[in-house]
Design a protein around this ligand. Sequence first.
Ligand SMILES: [Zn+2]
Length: 279
Amino acid sequence: MIAAGAILCLGAAGFLYTRREHISLRPSSILARLEGTNLYNPSEALFKRGNPRQKVVALTMDDGPHPKYLPTILSILAANHVHATFFEVGEMMAKSPNLVRQVLADGNEIGDHTMTHPRLIHLTPAQIKSEIMQCQQTFHAITGKQMNLFRPPGFREDPKILKEIKALGFITVDYTTAAHDFIVKGNFAKPNPIKIAASVMDRLKPGGIILLHDAPGTAEALPELLSEIKAKGYRVVMVSQLLAGLPHPITVATDAGPCTTPMSKIPAYAIADGAKIHH
Ligand SMILES: [Zn+2]
């Protein structure tokens, strides 16, 4: 009787604990947590979230560089003394190379988000490679550096695609918290900045990767969002720093910092506004 009561109590405590922490008791989930693959899966080089024991979060900004919004976003980040990881589109980088250099010069890092932002599941392996490497080549032409982090457009990928991305030398970066800050095609109503900040804060957890976009709603929501993140005692870091803080740390060379290629050595096609890069 006592044993049955103890089991019941333990069960109830376990249930409450898992409810609060959102931890699954499925055997596969327990094994993943023991191995740490719930955070980083080495077979796919997939980074899912940072160390839940550290009160840090990473800001990620996709789909830029956008000449209209990015300068504002960069100045807000600088004013708050924080850095972000930007997943940029090759075609957009080719149109605004000076912004790409500015992102790095401010101490932020940049990851590959393909050349033209297609859904990878609709492409052949050769097309996937071309999309990723054209973006890499564009970035290299502009900065003399190379990217190590990758994010698939729309998060449309599968284990086979993840392994192809890994073979190209990239770590794929997932997210834990989406801000829903992008403008849906055909809907020109700007997302509400208060709602953007609230939707992030509602789901923020240690080791979180926040998904934002280089978009007008983000620029407006950012000051409030950063002050709320700070008020909750979180430190904002970049994805490479989250990786370095894992229980089994992953070291990637960050591309943050001054560009290594002098302006005179950058091919003309990468400088001209509106230029398309053809390979
Ligand atoms: Zn995107």
